[in-house]
Ligand binder design. Sequence first.
Ligand code: HEC
Length: 138
Amino acid sequence: MKDRRNNHPAAGFRLAAFLACLFVPAAPAAAGDPAAGERVFNKCKACHQVGEGARNRVGPVLNGIVGSPAGVVEGFRYSRALLESGLTWDQESLAGYLADPRRFLPGGRMAFPGLRSETEIADVIAYLAGFGPDGTPK
Ligand code: HEC
């Protein structure tokens, strides 16, 4: 007789649960490494500052950026595209923007080609997430 064990409804559920465990760690929101992100941030430093005493340069101060609406740093003249984007900078939107700023935000003014590696993106987001709105560590 044929072995019917795999047709039991619970088998499918167990399989789904097993697959979910496999896939969750690979999700795009995978937590990055802030220490590695600090090194990635060297690529941003030509234009951005973060931390206590940070000032707007070519780009806006990035304190408290993770979770913040786009375009709200005082005293920075943003592009119209960014001001009208309606974006909130969460893991997903930051990842899209940092991978390819011009494609993600046509008309935006960030003259940066983008980070190619997903690890670098996750790491730099984790680094930025460590600064509160006033630049002190969170
Ligand atoms: C060549 C200069 C330059 C570099 C390099 C650069 N940026 Fe920017 N960035 C800008 C400018 C200019 C803006 C404002 C864009 C606009 O108004 O469209 C901006 C905007 C941003 C914003 C949106 C800020 C807000 O207040 O909404 C984030 C987030 C950001 N940059 C992150 C980064 C990160 C992270 C890096 C490094 C991986 C980086 N940028 C590299 C110039 C730069």
